[in-house]
Each structure stands twice: as C-alpha cells, then as structure tokens.
Design a protein around this ligand. Sequence first.
Ligand code: ATP
Length: 503
Amino acid sequence: MSTENPTQKSPNIADSLAATSAAETFNPNYVLDVGNNITLTLGADTLLIQDPKIVKNIRFCGLRTTESTASQEIPFYNILAVDASDSTLTIKYARLILKDDYTPSTLQYVLHGDAARAEPWIERLLELAYGDAQRNKRLRVLINPYGGKGYAKDLYTEYAAPMFEAAGCTTDLETTTHTGHATEISENIDIDAYDAIVCCSGDGLPYEVLNGLAKKPNASEALTRIAVVMLPCGSGNALAWNLFGTNSVSSVALGIIKGLRTPMDLTSITQHNARTLSFLSQSYGIIAESDLGTDHLRWMGAARFTYGFLVRLIGQITYPCDLAFKVEIDQKDKIKEHYYAYKNKKPELRPVGPGDQTGKGLPSLKYGTIDDELPSDWEKLSTDTLGNFYAGNMAIMSADINFFPASLPNDGMIDLVMIDGKAGRLKALSMMTAVENGAHFDYPEVVARKVTGYRLVPRNRDDGYISVDGERIPFAPFQVEVHQGLGTVLSKSGHLYEAQGPS
Ligand SMILES: Nc1ncnc2c1ncn2[C@@H]1O[C@H](COP(=O)(O)OP(=O)(O)OP(=O)(O)O)[C@@H](O)[C@H]1O
C-alpha cells in the first residue's frame, strides 16, 4: 500500500530495469517485494517502484484525464531517508515539483511477514543514496533577516527546513541581529557539535563565518572540521552557484543533505595590521567600482551594476597601480591543461574529523605581509592603464557570470584576470556577453595567471574601491596569499565547481 498517489510514471522504467543485471533482479538485497504485486528494485541510478495500480492523471488545466500505473522511478540522489518499523517501510524522498524545486514526500508500504528481511535492502538503498556523503548532518543554521530582499527566514522555513527534517538532519537555528554577529557565533562555536554552518544569506555571511572560525586558537582544525555552506537568500549567491550549480533554495538544501566534504582553498589578505580570510574574490578597477560604487543606485536593482559598468567603460576610466605576483602558470593553454589534469584526477574528499589539524591555528604566512619586503622571485608590473583587476577563488561570481572558468577548489592557486582599460569599448562589451559561458577567457585582451600570492598597490588616487568577497575594504595596498585546502565546504561533485570549464 502506498499512502501517496504517485503520478510520475517513468517511460524509462523498463530500460532501467534492463540495466539492472539478471543476478541483481533476483537478489533480495536488490528487489524488495512489498505485496500487492508491488516491487521495489534498486536499479542503476534509481529506485524503481513497480506498482500496477491504475491512477488518474489530470492534465491541461483539468481538461484531459489520462491513466497510468503508479510505477515510478526515484533517483538515488533524491532519496532522503528509509526505515522500517512496526512492519511499515517508509521512504522519504525529494520530489521534483518544478524545474529545479523539490518538496519532501513520503511513500509507505506494509511489510508482510518478516520485516527484518528488508534490513539489508534498506542499508543498500541508503548506501546508494548517500555514497560518500555524511548522513544525518548536524547543522548550525544562521539566518540574515536582511539578506537579499529580506525573505531569508521565509525561504528557509518553507523550502529548506522540511527537507532537512525529512533527511534526519538536526538543525540549530539563530537569526543574526547585527553586522559581525555571524563572526561572533562562529568564533565561539563548539566544533564537536556541528558538521556544517548553513548561512541563509548572500555571500556576506559565509565571509563572516569563515573569519569567525579563523579567530579560534585552533582555526585550522575548526576550518577542517566544520563545512561552511549557503542557502541562497542574497542577490549574488556565488557560493551556492559554485557548489551546487543552482539558486533554488530547496535544490541547495538537497545539495547540502547529499553534499560531499570538499577541501577548498582560502586566501589571507593582509592590509595595515589586519589579516582576514577571503573565499570568493578580490577586485580593483571597473568591477569593484561598478559594484561598490553604485550603492546610491540600489533602486535600479540588478541593473545598477550594468549601468555603473557602462558609465566607466564609456569614460575609459583606468586604475593605475603597482602589482607583484608569485606566478605559477601564466599561459592560457597551460592553465587549461592544469584544469583538465585536475578534473581527471580522483576527487580527494575531506574525511570527517580534524585529520592532522588537531589544535592547529591559522597557517603562517610564507610570503609575509604587505609590510614586508617583496619576495625576490615575484614578478613585478607597474601599469597606468589597468581597467580591471579581478582575482577569483571560485569560478562563478553570480548567476551567468562564469568569470574564472579555470578556477579549481583545491589547487592551491588563485586565478587572476587583468584587462587593460584601453582595450576598446566595443571589445569590452563583447567580452561582457561572452562571460556567461567563460568564453571571454580566450580573448587576447584578457590576461590570465594562476598565482599563489600577489600584492596590489593603488597609485595616483586618494580614494576608490577595493572589494574583497563583495565587501569594501580600505583603499590601501594589500597582499594576498593562498592556503591550499584550508577551508571545507559541501559540494555536489566533491571535486569541481559547477561551472563550464575553459574551452
Ligand atoms: N541583523 C542584521 N542587521 C544588519 N546587518 C546584518 C544583520 N545580519 C547580518 N548582517 C550583515 O549583512 C551583510 C550582508 O549580508 P548578505 O551577504 O547575507 O546579504 P546581501 O548583501 O543582501 O547579499 P548579496 O551579497 O548577495 O547582495 C553581512 O555583511 C552581515 O554582516
């Protein structure tokens, strides 16, 4: 008996059954007979429910009724929880309701006879559903009530909380009350008590959380043990786009439930006497100005960035500065080779626990700070015509902006892109449209490098904008150093960002 009336008859069910080998078809670990001619089979990638019961499907606004069997296929990725108690088998899964939106659903069957016979089948299904992902994650959920359009709490309650509950995740919820609150919470968090911190916000809260963990005396251990993730409730939501390839809250919630513990590079920024961690980007020039310098145009919505960009582009504004880099790769074909060699390697997931980081603080700075002498092997460059300096630790900067297609989560390098401010307006506009799929990378005007450290010293200006992870930092020289795999995130692939790689 099923308490639900599944209407999604899959046309591929026969194919999927055929993909299950004959040996498996008769193996009770693969096929569970739940009576009433209903069988549950573990297929190649899906749970196949064969149920001959006829159900009516109403389509086309109630104008047409069709009939089909209640058979359906559920991808293993969508299975949230399975258990048997009191002779009832319960399967909870994420049901696709729209293009990329899910809702938790439950199927129940009576187990006739010996219910214990279902146990190996259940364990096998859970193994297939979770693979290397940690089950029943313990989540510390932080909600920024002012993130994005201010609906973070509603988005969490409606689209994420029911999924976490269905998957048996525990949640400990807190709403941030002021700027810096997420830093305080993370600095004081008990790292044994949680597996991940979930920021219901834009990219501002993850930045605070990472910097809060970095303040702990055992910062490296904390950043290794606790994964930092986001439920997309802001406007850019780069962390969600890169790790799960979507901006849908329920889809990201499913991604977190099934997320693989992935080591991710973080960078230290030193400026004056301060050291902070950055996970996303640093920018100077047109991108920083178009974002941070257009705050007074917030009424325009997303168009303010484009407007700010065009105004500066037409003015051909340039940003003089002195730069120095610890270059690792500076040719585009070599960068692509590096990307594909990494892509083809076996993913190295981060195990649960502290690994060899027990008690360790932040790594020391091997290149020193902005106040130290430049290391002698750094490449130096002084420019009066820079238009855009952009450093990316992740590929996607916001929806449809795959700015760093060759960025990799754990290669110990940050991707730099520089574009001359005199490259020409038409060229710059055409690059802007190519950025969606990362095709701008191949423009000769785009200078790309992978580096492990760099220094930027603005010149000939008293004030301006420097952006770190979308937040403004003082207009002053700064130095950046990459720490390979210092942070931990949950990701869909466990290996790559969800972006199209370089062509
Ligand atoms: N209760 C609060 N009151 C005021 N500011 C807050 C509060 N809670 C968090 N903040 C601050 O809000 C800032 C922005 O947060 P967040 O990134 O979540 O939203 P956003 O700016 O709307 O998103 P996006 O960066 O995508 O535009 C963070 O720097 C954080 O310090």
